[in-house]
Design a protein around this ligand. Structure first.
Ligand code: HEC
Ligand code: HEC
Ligand code: HEC
Ligand code: HEC
Ligand code: HEC
Ligand code: HEC
Ligand code: HEC
Ligand code: HEC
Length: 344
């Protein structure tokens, strides 16, 4: 009883010192709506707080990702990394050590190459940010592209600049940068995204705005003309390429994997072809119980690279069935490319 009443008077004090009633919310999440669906590696969150009350925001995301923000504006914007499936993002507001309020949102990260995360659970839906007119953001962010957004930025002319300088340059020529700076922050950056030529693929006049129509390969082939000519003339085209879905495998922006792949090649291929993990299919299961290696060995033909599925299969197209790599015409010719010494 004693303890309880002390606690009560303490929180009473706190409420008064902070000038808020018990009813009032300290944290307002402006974006995204709860139960949104996202497909990519990060989600942008924007919250409002009364700056006079809050001196620290603590953010908690999945995988024990935690961070603190010292707010300097009544509007705070930040990014959180997403895992596949449901992500709960918890935001707690502090004054000193006193917890003032907490709020959370749930975001579902879906994926076409993760069979268990293809469909969002009931109640979750995609929200297209640019479909609505977010006037509440326009106070600090430019929401309409400028003329400079339509020209590619050539960073090579600024090659001596520090990272901070180049970010200032990008900021001055790209309206997308202030909100989307994370999108090019991974080590392998795709050419046009690295120079913030966002509108070379995203059309501001499309409905919904910036929408990429189904079958993005048409957009990709605008620049990758050689690949278009080569692949589309082949007899066999890999399923996902055939339906125009380059972005199933490649990030159009940036990635931690080379060729901007969403996953390292072996993991990428086996997320759709799980039955090929053992490598037994290579030898038809006949010679070797354990199958042919498909990873963790050096690729004898590609210096410095590991053996992967793409050592034997072309991920895009081939004139021969099973998409043999290196223009091999059949399995035996394929074996000989790497195993000359056995047969000579
Ligand atoms: C009071 C000013 C203000 C308002 C209003 C505002 N922002 Fe921001 N936002 C900022 C500032 C300052 C940054 C820091 C980014 C920078 O370097 O330009 C920022 C950064 C961001 C980022 C990048 C965060 C990161 O860490 O990568 C996103 C995303 C963002 N804002 C989204 C929004 C959205 C969505 C809204 C409207 C719901 C909004 N902002 C409203 C001031 C504001
Ligand atoms: C006020 C901040 C802000 C600015 C400026 C901004 N965006 Fe966004 N955009 C967002 C947020 C927030 C989302 C929601 C996705 C997320 O969490 O990142 C989004 C989503 C998108 C999407 C996915 C579809 C959608 O509508 O949700 C595309 C494409 C996109 N932005 C392109 C652009 C391009 C291109 C520019 C520059 C011409 C730009 N954005 C400028 C905040 C902004
Ligand atoms: C090479 C073409 C291309 C360029 C350049 C490009 N995008 Fe995209 N973007 C796409 C495609 C394709 C998708 C949809 C991917 C999908 O459907 O799987 C997409 C999706 C997005 C999304 C929604 C998903 C996400 O990642 O959160 C945002 C936001 C976005 N782009 C912003 C940008 C910004 C900002 C730039 C400039 C740095 C940019 N894009 C440059 C092709 C491009
Ligand atoms: C505006 C022109 C342009 C468009 C559109 C474009 N690309 Fe590219 N792409 C480039 C340039 C330039 C390079 C070479 C620079 C580099 O290595 O990033 C490149 C390189 C690549 C690479 C090789 C990266 C590497 O590490 O070797 C891949 C993969 C790729 N693009 C995929 C795509 C996909 C998928 C699309 C469609 C979503 C697309 N590109 C659309 C210009 C474009
Ligand atoms: C099934 C997954 C997958 C799809 C779909 C896919 N790619 Fe690739 N792509 C890869 C892999 C894996 C590599 C790396 C191959 C290697 O290791 O040699 C690659 C390499 C590339 C390269 C660089 C090497 C080269 O051959 O020029 C480009 C450019 C490229 N892809 C563009 C595209 C475009 C454009 C599309 C859509 C028409 C597309 N990719 C669809 C998996 C894919
Ligand atoms: C998004 C799912 C997806 C991914 C990722 C994927 N594939 Fe496929 N793959 C398919 C589909 C769909 C088919 C066509 C199925 C069929 O016709 O039996 C196919 C067919 C194939 C075939 C058989 C072609 C034939 O002529 O019989 C090979 C070989 C193949 N894929 C290799 C790969 C390799 C190597 C990778 C990684 C670079 C990969 N796949 C990644 C979906 C995928
Ligand atoms: C050392 C070469 C080699 C490697 C590495 C390799 N494969 Fe194969 N793959 C083959 C051969 C040979 C066949 C034909 C088997 C047959 O016809 O019985 C084949 C057939 C296939 C097929 C067509 C199967 C069918 O039923 O028609 C797919 C899909 C496939 N591989 C995917 C993969 C994936 C995914 C990986 C990586 C985990 C991979 N392969 C790694 C040599 C290889
Ligand atoms: C892209 C190169 C490549 C191709 C193509 C390839 N292999 Fe291999 N193979 C390897 C590598 C690498 C090893 C592992 C060698 C080691 O353990 O150091 C291996 C191992 C083997 C082994 C086990 C014996 C040994 O030396 O360890 C056999 C048997 C074998 N391959 C048969 C085949 C057959 C049959 C084919 C054609 C269907 C084939 N390989 C195609 C690269 C290849």
């Amino acid at each position: 009883m004693q303890i309880k009443s002390t606690l009560l008077s303490l929180s009473f004090l706190l409420l008064f010192s902070g000038n808020i009633s018990a009813e009032e919310k300290v944290i307002t999440i402006n974006y995204p709506p709860d139960k949104s669906v996202r497909e990519f590696t990060d989600a942008s969150v924007s919250v409002s707080i009364p700056l006079s009350l809050v001196d620290r925001l603590h953010i908690k995301a999945e995988n024990d990702v935690e961070s603190d923000i010292i707010p300097d504006s009544r509007f705070e914007c930040f990014d959180v990394p997403l895992v596949y499936g449901i992500n709960t993002v918890e935001i707690t507001a502090f004054k000193g050590n006193a917890e003032l309020d907490s709020a959370s949102i749930n975001i579902f990260r879906r994926s076409d190459i993760e069979s268990s995360y293809r469909k969002p659970p009931a109640g979750y839906k995609q929200d297209r940010f640019h479909f609505n007119n977010h006037r509440e953001c326009a106070e600090c962010h430019e929401l309409n592209p400028k003329e400079t957004d339509k020209k590619p930025v050539d960073l090579t002319t600024f090659s001596d600049l520090t990272e901070k300088d180049s970010s200032a340059i990008i900021r001055s020529v790209s309206t997308c940068y202030s909100c989307h700076n994370k999108i090019t922050s991974y080590p392998f950056v795709h050419g046009p995204a690295s120079v913030w030529s966002c509108l070379s693929c995203h059309n501001p006049d499309s409905v919904p705005r910036y929408n990429i129509p189904e079958g993005e390969s048409e957009i990709c082939f605008k620049c990758h003309i050689e690949q278009k000519k080569e692949w589309l003339s082949k007899k066999y085209i890999h399923g996902p390429v055939n339906i125009g879905k380059c972005a199933l495998c490649h990030s159009p922006h940036s990635s931690i994997n080379e060729f901007n792949l969403h996953k390292p090649t072996w993991e990428l291929c086996t997320s759709c072809h799980a039955d090929k993990k053992s490598g037994r299919h290579v030898l038809g299961g006949m010679y070797f119980e354990k199958g042919h290696p498909t990873k963790d060995k050096p690729d004898p033909l590609r210096k410095g690279k590991e053996l992967t599925c793409a050592s034997c299969h072309n991920p895009h197209a081939s004139d021969y069935p099973k998409l043999w790599a290196m223009n091999a015409q059949g399995p035996f010719e394929l074996c000989l490319k790497c195993h000359k010494k056995y047969y000579k």
